[in-house]
Design a binder for this molecule. Sequence first.
Ligand code: 5HY
Length: 244
Amino acid sequence: MRLLVVNPNTSASMTARIAAAARAAAGVGTEIVAVNPSDGPVSIEGYFDEAFAVPGMIEEIMNGEAAGARAFVIACFDDTGLEAARCAASGPVVGIGEAAFHLASLIAHRFSVVTTLSRSIAPIETNLMKYGLDRRCARVRACEVPVLALEDPGSGARSKLSAEIERAKLEDGAEAIVLGCAGMAELAASLAREHGLPVVDGVAAAVKLAESLVALGHATSKRGPYARPLPKRFTGAFAAMGSG
Ligand code: 5HY
């Protein structure tokens, strides 16, 4: 089964690290294809970046489905363009934020999220409410590490993240931690050992959920808001996205 993992920002090095985390989680028979758009922000930190990442992400999903992908993972923690992607694709689309929240709520009564910058907190809190999981989340925190600094060994990113996890344990009573960025995936196992509690990475969570949906024969329902886009003309730079 071909699973398309889309990193909505344009950082190829981040896409490579996301691909490695996805492949480490994938089951036998799952082919991971990891892509990112060529147009848009190199990292997504807040609403403005998110808005400009969506068209390129949708295009990658449409191309991926045409090339045989059966399911899709949106590998950005604010689940960039998730609903639009579910309209565009027939296969199941799983956002790493939503996947991580659901998994954490299966193994802990209360979890905390630790994301990158403070400006990323509000979009994540809004998603928790949208998914009906806000009551299970004690707090969404930021370790004030920019997304791309996560791949710089000299940035002190891991120690800042670890310190914020310690605060979440002490101040929030967190029983589990959800890592609030796709770029943190490779740190999950060592942070869980260091802190003695479950640390959930959304990339792995989303890969396993997407595999389960396909294995159960489930795809996105087209009876309601995720119905195929209506045929209509798109103009200008997006003319190719229209079907009218
Ligand atoms: C992510 N940004 O997972 C989010 C994290 C954030 O480029 N990949 C990004 O800070 O919102």
